[in-house]
Ligand binder design. Structure first.
Ligand SMILES: [Zn+2]
Length: 257
């Protein structure tokens, strides 16, 4: 009798496990990677181009994983294969060194054509409404514009990449505080130093001007996102012009360059 009861519990356990596994699987979005996706990544994504073959494979897997977890919806814009790949690249690039990273604070990316609707009056627009991460009713959503998304990857010598900028905001928010200090990936002992670098650089920018986009002087949040764009687009130039920022971002993003 006891053995029969035990078997029943084991059976019930197995059934519950299968049901949960099935539910988790059904939450995933079925995606078919475009046939020529490697070619598109090679053509448009500088970060991918510079990886060795083994890391390229990892990057591709991470892109596929991201697209299976986050819904991408066009709003008056057609979401083409290239857009999917560029959005996912913007998501993977900042956290490429962290293999188990998951954007648990993101469910959907809305892709607008060139600018947001006039009547779309959510607060918190970024730099000429190029993109934003949602708050309030828009929590867990990100808005990107197709034109800016593509320009960010086509011009990779201007230190601007809207997708990377917005995903860096999500990385920043992941620890529960939106403050330019990504404590989830920055070792605690460096937090004070990073805040000091942000303060002194913002002061210098406001006083003397800078090669860093002035939007970064808005506050710590925008500073972190703006210098991260610079870091991923033109690392060598950042290293030359702002070695202290470069060193700290290399720590945050765990890159070896
Ligand atoms: Zn921003």
């Amino acid at each position: 009798m006891i053995i029969a009861l035990q078997s029943l519990f084991v059976l019930a356990g197995i059934i519950i496990f299968i049901l949960i596994a099935f539910k988790m699987k059904s939450d995933k979005i079925k995606i078919n990677m475009p046939e020529n996706y490697q070619e598109l990544l090679e053509d448009y994504v500088q970060f991918y181009r510079q990886l060795n073959e083994a890391d390229k494979k990892i990057f591709e897997k991470r892109i596929e994983k991201f697209l299976s977890e986050v819904k991408i919806t066009g709003v008056n814009a057609e979401v083409e294969d290239l857009d999917l790949l560029l959005i996912a690249s913007g998501a993977v690039i900042p956290v490429f060194a962290i293999s188990d990273w998951q954007y648990i604070n993101l469910q959907e990316v809305l892709l607008y054509p060139g600018s947001f609707n006039q009547d779309f009056d959510q607060g918190g627009y970024d730099r000429n409404i190029a993109g934003m991460v949602g708050t309030g009713a828009m929590q867990h959503k990100m808005i990107l514009t197709k034109w800016q998304l593509r320009q960010g990857f086509i011009n990779n010598q201007d230190a601007h990449n809207t997708a990377i900028h917005e995903f860096v905001h999500l990385v920043d928010k992941m620890d529960g505080t939106f403050d330019g200090v990504p404590e989830i990936i920055l070792e605690r002992k460096y937090v004070k130093e990073w805040k000091n670098i942000m303060d002194s650089t913002i002061w210098q920018m406001k006083t003397y001007g800078s090669d860093i986009d002035m939007y970064g002087a808005t506050n710590h949040i925008e500073f972190f996102a703006v210098v991260s764009e610079y870091f991923f687009e033109q690392p060598e130039l950042l290293k030359t012009n702002h070695p202290d920022i470069f060193t700290m971002l290399a720590r945050i993003y765990r890159t070896s360059n």
